[in-house]
Design a protein around this ligand. Structure first.
Ligand SMILES: Cc1cc2nc3c(=O)[nH]c(=O)nc-3n(C[C@H](O)[C@H](O)[C@H](O)COP(=O)(O)O)c2cc1C
Length: 357
């Protein structure tokens, strides 16, 4: 294992700063992103999110190098043009395999390649990538260098602040220094450790305490490296002050479970008008996409499952969810189910009333 002791850069000690060549347009889109989420941030989900924000950067689920090299690339990597800006997240730790996959993803049209150094699942640990790479800063630097040499689009890293008993101000700084030397274009920090023994991946998103200060301290030491903050952000309004010093906010679960919040992204984060006035308009805007995919044989539920969190808190939200959950799963279901569910929310859903008695 490489603990990189000799290369750790602590606060106050000079270091080689970011050689970031990220374009200002892409840097701008880093200001707000929706996180990579396995089984959640698939292409249908991303198109839905795109109806609510033109500018948010959307991440794919993690795709492993093995899957890309040996698998069905169109199925794994295909995406819709409307998704731009869209970043693909790679899982792997072999520099040459990552370089090859980065080239493939660039040819698919992705706007950014991101390397996963934060996922703690057993499957990932066995493959020696994801969060275990926090222990391998030199290898991560080699991976970034190989990908940078292979593609022209930005290459970023998503990491934790450390794993297990690592000291964040050593582990995170060592990783950062290594990837900066390799020419990384940005870093997204999930501001908590991953505990690799004894916690499930889900627990690893909640139990290790958040430490935003350490991310701000990192930015002070690497002022020209674009750094985005992730982990536990609950609302755009509350998170905006982080942008006074940091370069981006990444939202995961809140954006997925309550996608309505994304309609505020363009006005609040990018100073641009929202593409739709509300989630009703977003659903209307999404319907042509649903129709096009249905015609290709995609099942309605595979798309509507990402819509269940819309309208959360509104009267009728329960009827919305119930209608989609029960009727969209039926074989042959079409967009009429979505229109029916939408009608229920629009009426303020009398269907909600019995549950409140
Ligand atoms: C269902 C689910 C799947 C996830 N899959 C990935 C993944 O593939 N790659 C990754 O880097 N992080 C993954 N994450 C972690 C998120 O990207 C994010 O770092 C984490 O949820 C913390 O952000 P949040 O508090 O805003 O949700 C996943 C999270 C969830 C909830």
């Amino acid at each position: 294992m490489d603990n990189c002791a000799g290369r750790v850069t602590m606060a106050g000690i000079t270091h080689q700063d970011a050689g970031a060549i990220v374009t200002s347009k892409h840097l701008d889109s880093l200001r707000f992103s929706v996180a990579p989420m396995m089984d959640w941030s698939d292409r249908h989900c991303r198109v839905l999110h795109r109806t609510l924000s033109r500018h948010a950067l959307l991440y794919t689920e993690m795709v492993t190098t093995g899957a890309i090299i040996h698998g069905d690339r169109q199925r794994l990597l295909g995406f819709d043009d409307v998704e731009h800006p869209v970043a693909v997240q790679l899982g792997g730790s072999d520099p040459q395999a990552l370089a090859e996959c980065a080239r493939i993803c660039e040819a698919f049209g992705y706007d950014e390649i991101n390397l996963n150094c934060g996922c703690p699942s057993d499957r990932v640990q066995n493959g020696a990538f994801g969060a275990c790479l926090m222990r391998e800063p030199r290898l991560v630097g080699d991976c970034v260098a190989a990908m940078k040499a292979a593609v022209k689009i930005p290459v970023t890293v998503k990491c934790r602040i450390g794993v297990d008993d690592q000291e964040p101000r050593e582990a995170l700084w060592a990783l950062t220094q290594s990837v900066v030397e390799a020419g990384v274009d940005g870093l997204i920090v999930h501001a908590r450790k991953a505990w690799l023994q004894g916690l499930s991946p889900k627990e690893n998103r909640d139990v290790p305490p958040l430490d935003y200060d350490v991310v701000h301290a990192l930015k002070r030491d690497y002022p020209t490296l674009p750094i985005a903050l992730n982990g536990g952000l609950q609302s755009i309004e509350a998170a905006l002050p982080h942008l006074d010093t940091l370069d981006g906010l990444m939202f995961g679960r809140v954006a997925y479970q309550n996608p309505d919040m994304l309609v505020s992204v363009d006005p609040l984060v990018f100073g641009q008008p929202a593409p739709v006035a509300n989630s009703f308009e977003a659903v209307e805007a999404y319907i042509p996409y649903l129709e096009a995919r249905l015609a290709e044989g995609v099942r309605l539920h595979d798309m509507t499952r990402h819509m269940l969190g819309l309208f959360t808190g509104l009267p009728g939200a329960r009827a919305w969810r119930r209608t989609l959950a029960t009727k969209a799963v039926v074989r042959g279901a079409g967009v009429e189910v979505v229109r029916e569910a939408l009608g229920m929310v629009a009426q303020g859903a009398r269907a909600e009333e019995p549950a409140q008695v």
